[in-house]
Ligand binder design. Sequence first.
Ligand SMILES: Nc1ncnc2c1ncn2[C@@H]1O[C@H](COP(=O)(O)OP(=O)(O)OP(=O)(O)O)[C@@H](O)[C@H]1O
Length: 423
Amino acid sequence: MSDAPRLPAPRAAAGSAPAAYGPCVLLKHGEVFLKGHNRRRFTERLHDNLRTALRGIGGSTWIKTAQNVTVLGGQVPREALVERARRVVGFNSVEPAIRVPSDLDGITRAAGDLLGALHAERPIRGFAVRVKRRDKQFPLTSSRMEAYLGGRVLRAVAGLSVDLTAPEVTLTVEIDRKETYLSCERLPGLSGLPVGSSGRALVLLSGGYDSPVAAHRAMRRGLACDFVHFTGAPYTNPASVYKAYALARELNRYQPPGDLHVIALGKAQKQLAVAGAGRLQVVAQRRLMVRTASALAATTGADALVTGDSLGQVASQTLANLAAVDEAATLPLLRPLIGWEKQEIIDEARTLGTADISVLPDEDCCTLLAPPRVSTRAGLPQLRSVERRLDLDEVVEALLAGAQVMHPGEDEETPAADCPAPA
Ligand SMILES: Nc1ncnc2c1ncn2[C@@H]1O[C@H](COP(=O)(O)OP(=O)(O)OP(=O)(O)O)[C@@H](O)[C@H]1O
């Protein structure tokens, strides 16, 4: 007895070649999906960021939206599309897929082809079919379609078996009105809010592990980031600038590129030491950094500062010292890693690709003039009395006047050529 259900006539003539058939990538929306009335604005931002990530990919591309899903295709290898899409914040998953017209024959043939090719590459122990029918006009319900496709695939591909409890491969079939998408692989995306949807921030970027990870976490909450790096110049070599540039370039792979501002802090650090900062030197330097960054933020359009502090990690990051640094900032000072452990931070830096840069040696401005023992309870009255011996406004003005602006990663890629999405 046949396992085929009694079907209405297929929408395309049996045996005819599918009208549209080709590889694409399905990008499932993350938190954007929850945005109610604002969803459209968030989705536009997500697509703008996707277009930016596609720059320089070497061929024309198109994107279109189905319900809570973006479909990406073009005249470039699908692997390249997948690689670029996985850098875009805001997609929960990235699924290499094929598109076929929404008729039963086309879908059945594609399912057999897809699982047949996979099975030929490496024998599949058990498979399952999951169908999502977004077009309720489609003649079969999702569960009937699952059973039907499963049966047809079993017939078409020798040696396959069904396993509905723990399948090695799950074929996902999403049926829209005109097109159907079939996919056997789901890669995790960078979930979160589209970069830029929460505003702009200025990240204090050192050469260590922590601040690049903090920057990436800020991006994942929708902040577009510029960067500021303080060097100990003229008393240190330029190694830390090379590192900051390489880190910012790596981070810019995840967002429309932000600028890197480099500021030579060495002379001001010496002024603080001469003013008698003593055990307060490191916290006084950090206060000067956030004061200067706050002033710089006014020119970059940032609404917040971001640092890589983690509570209690080092002496300068006790609660009292963090509070003393906060007091010098004129913008909200965000610390995405405040509750993270060092090993968690290093693991994430490895995943991001910043760890290999952070590990390189440099001459950090923070160790320049650092006292043998850093105060763990820097008092505001003492800090203010040291700072009064300097004209802080003048110091900040001079630091900003000497700032260098760089554009890491911006000139490496040419704009992508868009082509119209298939109807
Ligand atoms: N030279 C610098 N330029 C810019 N920001 C800095 C610099 N040094 C420190 N910061 C900021 O202050 C934060 C705390 O720095 P600190 O050196 O105390 O800790 P850390 O654990 O070494 O951080 P990181 O691993 O990011 O260097 C850094 O995460 C960074 O945001």
